[in-house]
Design a protein around this ligand. Structure first.
Ligand SMILES: NC(=O)c1ccc[n+]([C@@H]2O[C@H](COP(=O)([O-])OP(=O)(O)OC[C@H]3O[C@@H](n4cnc5c(N)ncnc54)[C@H](O)[C@@H]3O)[C@@H](O)[C@H]2O)c1
Length: 375
């Protein structure tokens, strides 16, 4: 379930702001973060950092990650990077949300409890709606319920108490639409029949994606380190299971990373034979600038992760905006056009799709800033 299993390593979505030795203020200046709140409570043991990157478009929304960071600076760098990527994801998806995130320093298996989460909820409450939280690595819907006991500024609570419920079918639908957008740009039609897709990771999003792909008669290969799950999904949808290390060597049209981050790096780019990379995983490129450029040069069309996997965020936004399921799915289907716009800009300006996506997101923020200065 999103967020994902503790065992999955956390890897950067965007370049880390800076190195270990610089001051907090200078780290905030690198990507123009607005605010960082250090939450410290001796009684509950809470040590958290809330980062608000940009609220031009709306309140900052982003998950709460609980992780045993090696140092406070590692925690700060992670939260700065995560919050910035939320700004970009919301901006390019057309949502009226800013970007923010929290990291709680600690081991969620040992250190997480009701009192700590409710204390954290009080800190969020004090921000008066400037920041809204949700699940991320190390937190779940039950934790959001505890936070909800102290503040209304939390999303991703269970459907039974008015939340938007499981985001994974929505996330998978977004990825599916993004894949179709890529096909349309590359081949002039978005037909999946007869196309081959290698789906890495048959977890919650991966399985839903396999289902959609198979319904359209794509040839699907699947890999997972969890062999039981792999066999189960392969059998259920008529996909072909492959050994997880061989996924990069397959001669397929599309590689869909739906497991962990940083699977696209200098080594795997040399192995990949696909025409398109389009999947749900966060932080797919080990180095955004370098590997974005390498993919451009190799002629592999890369759907930037934060654009194609925005279905999860759309689901959360729907909870705040009060949209029904139909409207949520309609918004998610817009990922088709969002991806196409990115690919078009990349082609026209001969820039990587990552740089193109960043430009579109930044333009929306700059445009909306203009209207905020009037009246
Ligand atoms: N769930 C959402 O709504 C959502 C939204 C946006 C982005 N994402 C991203 O999509 C990805 C998948 O999310 P999920 O909710 O399906 O997670 P999940 O934990 O349910 O599934 C991940 C799967 O990947 C497998 N895996 C791990 N390492 C692997 C490897 N080396 N090779 C093959 N398989 C491997 C795991 O065994 C697991 O089955 C994550 O990167 C997540 O950040 C999820």
């Amino acid at each position: 379930m999103y967020p994902f299993k503790q065992s999955i390593p956390i890897l950067p979505t965007m370049p880390a702001p800076t190195s270990n030795n610089t001051s907090v203020f200078s780290q905030l200046s690198v990507f123009g973060h607005q605010k960082v709140v250090y939450c410290n409570d001796e009684a509950t043991g809470l040590k958290a950092i809330i980062a608000i990157h940009d609220t031009t478009l709306g309140p900052a929304l982003g998950g709460t990650r609980m992780w045993p960071y090696k140092s406070e600076n590692d925690a700060l760098q992670d939260v700065l990077r995560l919050s910035r990527s939320m700004t970009y994801k919301a901006a390019i998806t057309g949502l009226n949300l800013g970007g923010g995130s929290t990291v709680i320093i600690g081991d969620s298996r040992k250190d997480k409890n009701e009192a700590l989460l409710r204390m954290y909820g009080k800190f969020i409450k004090n921000l008066n709606g400037e920041y809204i939280t949700a699940e991320d690595v190390g937190t779940n819907t039950r934790d959001m319920e505890y936070i909800r006991m102290e503040t209304q500024y939390v999303t991703g609570v269970p459907e039974s108490i008015g939340g938007s419920g499981d985001p994974t079918p929505v996330a998978a639908r977004g990825v599916y639409m993004g894949i179709k957008g890529c096909l349309k740009e590359l081949y002039g039609n978005d037909n999946l029949a007869g196309k081959s897709v290698a789906v890495q990771g048959t977890g919650h999003v991966g399985e839903n994606l396999v289902k959609l792909l198979r319904e359209e008669n794509a040839k699907v290969y699947v890999s997972d380190i969890d062999e039981d799950r792999l066999r189960q999904v392969a059998k259920k949808y008529g996909a072909e299971a492959v050994e997880h290390n061989s996924i990069f060597d397959l001669d397929v049209d599309i590689y869909a990373p739906c497991a962990l981050g940083a699977t696209i790096n200098s080594k795997t780019i040399n192995q990949l034979k696909c025409a398109i990379i389009a999947g749900s995983a966060n932080s797919q490129l080990e180095d955004e600038q370098l590997h974005g450029k390498m993919l451009l040069e190799k002629g592999i069309l890369y759907a930037p992760d934060y654009v194609i996997n925005a279905g999860g965020l759309i689901n959360l936004y729907s909870e705040i905006a009060g949209f029904n399921k139909k409207r949520t799915m309609q918004l998610t289907e817009n990922i088709y056009d969002a991806i196409r716009n990115v690919l078009k800009l990349s082609k026209t300006e001969n820039i990587s799709t990552v740089v193109a996506a960043n430009k579109i997101a930044e333009k929306r923020i700059a445009d909306i800033k203009k209207i905020k200065t009037s009246f």
